[in-house]
Design a protein around this ligand. Structure first.
Ligand SMILES: *[C@@H]1O[C@H](CO)[C@@H](O)[C@H](O)[C@H]1NC(C)=O
Ligand SMILES: *[C@@H]1O[C@H](CO)[C@@H](O)[C@H](O)[C@H]1NC(C)=O
Ligand SMILES: *[C@@H]1O[C@H](CO)[C@@H](O)[C@H](O)[C@H]1NC(C)=O
Ligand SMILES: *[C@@H]1O[C@H](CO)[C@@H](O)[C@H](O)[C@H]1NC(C)=O
Ligand SMILES: *[C@@H]1O[C@H](CO)[C@@H](O)[C@H](O)[C@H]1NC(C)=O
Ligand SMILES: *[C@@H]1O[C@H](CO)[C@@H](O)[C@H](O)[C@H]1NC(C)=O
Length: 664
């Protein structure tokens, strides 16, 4: 494999131990790195972004520009970039900047008859794009319009083979900041593109503390020289985007042409995300966020049920592993053998539950010094469930960045030999449904706990819908997906079905589960028509949970005292119409509840259950209603009719709605 990634992480340790307000973050993860000792299109194409006209992997190398040697005309005015697809955190502040070290081998090839031109560059860029018409002197870095513009946010080391007006000669290296007019240049004794193809090994190093950028260069096979060719103090934070991509750019001219090849490439860079987590934790502790000694639990990851494509086996799993490791801020990677140990060899006695895609186990991780241990929930996916790694990655890129005190946290992952495991905070009190329905738990949920649970779920939903930088729908809100921590605070789990709204792939139809996911009663009526989950359908699911928690009844169809099938919503709505909504409140609470609060929640539950999606309250209002800072919307006596397509714009209630709702 060309991509033998470092797994430089020792065995078990983990997370956080908060002890007398002393916070230890055990084991900061080693610097991420990758190392391509050659390039292979099947293996590496999905790790890299190919831009411009003609860039590709060919002959075991990155060809940044076109690489035909037979048709010299097609080599003219070519330009391209090849970038590593995952970005890295370049800095957190002026002081904290990532150090990196990249080593690569280049061959700028020309036939003796060719005039070499124009050049190749090692590049740090803010995105995966390339300016138009970046051929000739622009080196795939800039163009006539944007050269020198600070919004380019690029820093590059150029290997220039053609003299332009701004160049000292046609054989130099330079440090380029937003412009091909270099900030610093060094003339070379060696020839970048001699008549006989020559490979050069290059090191580009940046020290985030001293802010010195250095470039070393030597014929391949020789040791790294003591002295850098170029050394320049530059605070990268001034120029590059916080999250930046690494790669190469190159161009040819007319008639100057050359092949711009990169044969090997490795990069190591500080993992600033970890440091930022640490800061965040310290702030958290300082402000008094109740960080308990570590808890955890489980959610479930949704994997698309599409046909597994092509070859499986180690190659694919290594590529997936590589991509996972590179997700910015990705929770730490665990070794399979450590998880095996933590779960007592995935013993039945450690099983917490079983979901659509695998089994959840409780795991106990021993600290390095064996003085303390940490409980986690380990979700072990069954092999068949990992059918599309692209979907899986898409999913994980979203999930792992979600952070909210009412969301179950993903703490780690493991992907070895095709086996995928995800680690979550362990939630000592299990899921909400168990407390509502299991006889042994009947007295655990007093009124104030119930109220707090619903407030927590509402704020988590609000976060998913509005506060996170991508809109996320949960898609499968139900009592069994709401976990309870040691203080009976709600933690929303099972982002298995969460999908960013902007990736257009949130169709119920795709789920391929038995019917629509989620249990009857939680799924909004329009979903059966559109097949799509939306923030409004999440609100519908939330309404069902609200009624469920207040009434301790499952939202699905049940038999009422007239022996007719009613959904919970219909039953509560009927009581509301009859002016006796209080009858819906869980009898087990006796008189130990706050009447106003209970009524407010029931009406909120009904409002969220409006058959017409656009009429349901939004999460912001829901949070305010629960907080008591906003009145509950007016709930009509009869449940409005579900119309499709939706035309009704206001609460309305008609005779037909009555028949619709109440005749089975
Ligand atoms: C990359 O891998 C090659 C061989 O596979 C090895 O010689 C080289 O030292 C590695 N480089 C880094 C930076 O790990
Ligand atoms: C690349 O694009 C430029 C301008 O768009 C064009 O002149 C050139 O022929 C193209 N080269 C190749 C190899 O497609
Ligand atoms: C430079 O690139 C930008 C972005 O691709 C493009 O809008 C602009 O037209 C290009 N300028 C020239 C002179 O081609
Ligand atoms: C730099 O680029 C930005 C965005 O492309 C543009 O709005 C601005 O006018 C440019 N500045 C100059 C000096 O060309
Ligand atoms: C290149 O930049 C230098 C200063 O950074 C400036 O003096 C020179 O005029 C520029 N040359 C061109 C061709 O833009
Ligand atoms: C980076 O620079 C600092 C300060 O000059 C120095 O202490 C440190 O050793 C350097 N790091 C590396 C990896 O050279």
């Amino acid at each position: 494999m060309g991509t033998n990634m470092s797994n430089g992480v020792s065995s078990i340790t983990i997370v956080i131990i908060l002890c007398c307000s002393l916070l230890h973050l055990v084991d900061i993860q080693a610097a991420p790195q990758f190392n391509f000792s050659d390039f292979n299109p099947t293996r590496d194409n999905n790790l890299l972004e190919f831009l411009g006209n003609g860039s590709a992997i060919d002959q075991g190398a990155l060809q940044i520009t076109s690489d035909t040697t037979n048709d010299e005309f097609s080599l003219r005015n070519s330009y391209g970039r090849i970038m590593y697809k995952h970005p890295f955190n370049m800095w957190l502040s002026d002081e904290i900047q990532a150090s990196f070290n990249s080593n690569f081998v280049i061959n700028i090839f020309r036939k003796p008859a060719w005039n070499a031109g124009e050049g190749l560059a090692f590049l740090i860029a803010p995105d995966l794009s390339i300016p138009d018409a970046s051929y000739g002197q622009w080196l795939g870095l800039t163009n006539a319009t944007n050269d020198g513009n600070h919004t380019n946010q690029i820093v590059a080391i150029e290997f220039d083979t053609e003299k332009q007006d701004h160049d000292p000669n046609g054989n130099h290296i330079g440090l380029d900041i937003n412009s091909v007019n270099s900030t610093a240049t060094v003339l070379l004794d060696i020839e970048l593109s001699p008549e006989v193809g020559t490979k050069y090994s290059v090191w580009v190093q940046y020290n985030g503390t001293s802010k010195v950028m250095e470039v070393y260069m030597v014929k391949e096979g020789q040791p790294k020289p003591e002295k850098p060719l170029l050394s320049k103090t530059i605070s990268l934070k001034e120029y590059v985007n916080q999250k930046s991509y690494f790669g190469f750019a190159a161009s040819t001219g007319n008639p100057q042409i050359e092949l711009n090849c990169v044969l090997k490439w490795s990069l190591e860079i500080d993992d600033l995300q970890k440091k930022s987590d640490l800061l965040w934790l310290k702030i958290g502790a300082g402000v008094g966020v109740p960080l308990v000694t570590l808890l955890i639990l489980c959610g479930v990851l949704y994997l698309n049920k599409r046909k597994r494509r092509g070859r499986g086996g180690d190659e694919e799993s290594n590529v997936l592993g590589t991509q996972l490791r590179w997700l910015p801020g990705m929770p730490r990677e665990f070794k399979y053998k450590d998880l095996k140990k933590a779960t007592n060899n995935f013993h039945e006695s450690m099983m917490l539950g079983q979901g659509g895609f695998g089994v959840v186990y409780k795991g106990i991780l021993q600290d390095k010094d064996h003085k303390s241990s940490t409980e986690i929930a380990v979700k072990k996916f069954s092999r068949d469930s990992i059918q599309s790694k692209d979907d899986f990655l898409a999913e994980l890129t979203i999930i792992h960045r979600l952070r909210h005190k009412h969301l179950v946290r993903l703490v780690g992952w493991c992907y070895e030999k095709g086996k995928l495991l995800l680690l979550y905070d362990f939630m000592p009190n299990g899921s909400l449904d168990k407390h509502l329905y299991e006889a042994s738990n009947q007295n655990t949920l007093n009124w104030s706990r119930r109220y707090r649970i619903l407030a927590g779920v509402a704020s988590a939903l609000h976060y998913l819908h509005n506060e996170y930088d991508q809109k996320v729908v949960h898609r499968d809100l139900k009592a069994s997906n709401i976990l309870l921590d040691s203080d009976y605070n709600a933690r929303l789990g099972d982002f298995g079905l969460a999908r960013a709204l902007d990736n257009e792939r949130n169709s119920y139809a795709e789920l391929g589960l038995a019917g629509v996911p989620g249990t009857m009663g939680y799924v909004a009526p329009e979903c059966f028509h559109t097949g799509r989950a939306t923030p409004e359908s999440d609100v519908y699911g939330f309404g069902a949970v609200v009624l469920e928690v207040v009434c301790s009844r499952s939202p699905g169809i049940s038999i009422n005292h007239h022996q007719r099938p009613y959904s919970l919503v219909d039953w509560v709505w009927m009581l509301h119409r009859e002016g006796s909504i209080e009858e819906a409140i869980d009898e087990k609470l006796g008189n130990d509840y706050v009447v106003d609060e209970a009524k407010r929640l029931l009406l909120l539950g009904l409002a969220c259950s409006h058959p017409i999606a656009s009429e349901r309250p939004q999460t912001q209002d829901i949070c305010q209603i629960i907080a008591g800072t906003m009145p509950v919307p007016n709930v009509p006596p009869f449940k409005p009719a579900f119309t499709w397509p939706s035309m009704v714009t206001a609460f309305s209630s008609t005779d037909s709605s009555f028949s619709n709702t109440f005749s089975s």
